[in-house]
Design a protein. Sequence first.
Length: 373
Amino acid sequence: MHVTIHDIANACHVSTATVSRALNNKPGVSAEIRELVIKSAKELGYIPDSTARSMRSRHRDCVYFVIRSGNDDEPFFMLPSHEAIESRLGVEVRIHTVSIQEDLIEDLSRIEGMYAPLLFIFVGPCLAEASGFSELSAPLLFIATDDAPAGYFQIMSDDALGGEGVTDSLINAGHQRIEVVTDSADGTRINYRDRITGYRKSLDKHGIKFDPSIVHAITIDYSDYLASSEQEVRSRILPMLQYSAHTEQSPTAIFVLSDFLALTVMKVLWNAGLQVPRDISIAGFGGWTLTKYTPITIHTWVQPVPDILEAAMIAISCILQSKPFPKTLALPTKHPDGSYGTAVAVTPTKYIIPGYMRNGQSMAPLKAIDKPR
């Protein structure tokens, strides 16, 4: 019978990633475990797979785009074709989707052991412990990843400025009591902290006292985002709105820190008889394609996908050539005011991509809102 690293992992009661690192003499494995793995491999008669070795040789000049996926399977944004990316970068490109139920680090360690990619590129949330990424040897680039660990290559949107811009627009429309709704994977690590920073800066600028009780982080099962977010909004956010509707502290607007979550909030409110924006205004963040097809367009801060992708191509080329990012980068998206954005390298390894406000029907001036009684 052909012995695999899975057999060795079972015999040693360790992960396949640990076996791979031990057999390939990579860091991240104690001397005792390494010795145990090598001993078990010999006893079981393990022979390295020549096919895997040849594949490793063939695919060394490749980069991996890594995307987490759940049951909803809604892409963060559409990547260009393999051919378009490969022709520009001059290396083989692979798109790798990892289920949210799988161990991301173990999965990528297995790929690294087989193919030795030049670079891992994460698109959207990675939902993994930051310490685990140190186990990977390949360089890492995080694109629009709110939970990206510090110290790695990153391409991020101007979240703080965007959060400030959205809040400014709500305040300028007359809203003073603006609830904030964000999400969390585990109930402790709150997503989109920079957007909250921008929200607070806007409040301070307009002389409105920040009230931490109106910032709500709901816990989401990212493997089933739509169902779990709907349940959380229905059980936690809706009762708060229904109760406060009869008090002087009733909110007139909600700033939802993700457009995906904003869609859920609008659905739950609509089903409960609260119409947007007649009863309450909604603002989001992201401006993703799917928000263009809703019955009511979302008032949102747009993160321009073409700009993010352009910066990504430049960043990948720089990483592959061991060069720092250019300090500024002209971007292709035309903003509503006729201007074009410029990416700024705030460090030699981190780009900030500017966004812009897209006015939508989900936000109305305060005087136009008919508060429920």
